[in-house]
Ligand binder design. Structure first.
Ligand code: ZN
Ligand code: ZN
Length: 417
């Protein structure tokens, strides 16, 4: 490790990249909105375009963050289930299976079949903690433990832990109402024991919950009971080397999205919450930036994510997206004035594009600007999709970011002699 211990901060505007907007004369929100601080970073730094996965590939926030944190999502991403479990704060271990779940309403038919009449249990808002506690009292089935954690409203996550589990199973969730609870099926012979235990567990959740006090009270209030738990999206906890082992130094996250926080904890990173960071349009972006600066005292590499640009992209609101870009720029100002660029490297980019015209993630590349220790500044003077394309970094992938940073801060091991 370098004597002076340089540090690196990567700041992500979630869903930052965009496409030309007619009302902005064909500029993107990032090109249209004044961004003096981001422009200064571009001017003092080296710029380029970044494809989160590879050119044209549409990335989720999860796979993009795998890549940006230095892991190959093509090899290590095993689906949303385990990340969902990590995101709600469940401790996930290697080999565990993770699922997303719904608390749902089922009606038992004369033949014993459970008919799902409401997949969201009337969007239950209270009592899910008590319900989950009751479900978690179900003893292990065939030596397999089930750990359920409620999330927002009717949502929950499940961890299945035990010997010889296999993730190749179908969902118990029928995905439509007035259909029976789906019998989980093994998609491979090795998954038969997993499917059998899962079916048994789903049935037990009904037995435990049908007369639960929360549901008795809901029935009295004319609300639908949350009397069955429906798992879906099974995945096995991915094999990822801890961040410190992978990169030879400590890492910290200051992010607003539960999924990414969970991934960070799984990687053994320090996960800090910024006061007032809501993950919404009303988030305290200044607090987020200040917390990221504080995190640099605790870890050598810090990743910070501002969620708001992605929300505006999904909502299809160009003016709103400009407002989130302005917030990102203010956060960049806090960073710019809070670090010593002679001993720190800062990188500004996004995790994927969420164009307001698309209202979803697209495969368009993102601008990236890297400034500080060791950087050779180029001719780019503005931070935007097209200006950055002219920079010396050229076109890189998400997975290239971590090696570029560890090289600049001089902690990377040599490849070869
Ligand atoms: Zn994202
Ligand atoms: Zn999104």
């Amino acid at each position: 490790m370098s004597e002076m211990r340089c540090r690196a901060l990567i700041f992500i505007g979630d869903g930052l990249g965009d496409r030309p907007v007619a009302e902005f004369g064909g500029k993107t929100p990032l090109e249209y909105e004044p961004t003096p601080n981001l422009d200064e970073i571009a001017a003092r730094g080296e710029c380029g375009l970044m494809d989160p996965i590879s050119p044209g590939r549409r990335a989720g926030s999860d796979t993009a963050h795998f890549a940006i944190l230095g892991y190959d999502p093509q090899k290590t991403y095993t689906g949303r289930g385990p990340l969902e479990a990590m995101g709600v704060g469940l401790e996930v271990q290697r080999g565990d299976l993770g699922f997303r779940c719904n608390f749902a309403t089922a009606e038992e038919q004369a033949d014993g079949v459970l008919l799902v009449t409401d997949r969201r249990a009337g969007r239950i808002a209270e009592g899910t903690r008590e319900i989950a506690d009751a479900v978690n009292a179900i003893p292990p089935i065939d030596g397999i433990r089930f750990i359920l954690e409620p999330s927002v409203e009717h949502r929950a996550a499940l961890v299945m832990r035990g010997p010889s589990l296999d993730p190749h199973v179908t969902d118990a969730d029928p995905h439509e109402e007035n259909l029976p609870v789906h019998q989980v099926e093994a998609k491979a012979p090795e998954a038969e024991a997993t499917a059998k235990a899962l079916n048994e567990w789903v049935r037990r959740t009904y037995e435990v919950l049908k007369g639960h006090p929360v549901n008795v009270a809901r029935a009295q209030a004319g609300q639908k009971p949350a009397n069955v738990v429906l798992p879906r999206g099974c995945g096995i906890a991915p094999h990822l080397r801890p961040f410190a082992e992978e990169h030879g130094t400590s890492g910290a996250l200051v992010v607003e999205v539960g999924l990414i926080k969970g991934l960070g904890r799984y990687l053994g990173m320090t996960v800090l919450d910024a006061p007032g960071a809501t993950g919404g349009y009303d988030t305290d972006h200044i607090s987020l930036a200040k917390t990221a600066l504080e995190a640099l005292d605790q870890a050598q590499i810090v990743l910070c994510n501002l969620k708001a640009p992605d929300l505006a992209g999904h909502d299809g609101l160009a003016q709103r997206k400009c407002e989130t870009v302005a917030k990102l720029d203010e956060a960049a100002g806090v960073i710019l004035h809070g670090v010593d660029l002679s001993s720190t490297v800062v990188a500004f980019t996004g995790d994927h594009s969420t164009p307001v015209s698309v209202r979803d993630h697209s495969g368009d590349p993102l601008p990236i600007a890297i400034a500080g220790h060791g950087v050779r500044p180029d001719e780019v003077r503005a931070f935007g999709e097209r200006p950055c394309g002219a920079g010396n970094l050229g076109r890189i992938r998400g997975r290239d970011i971590m090696p570029i940073l560890t090289n600049l801060i001089e902690i990377q091991e040599k490849f070869g002699a």
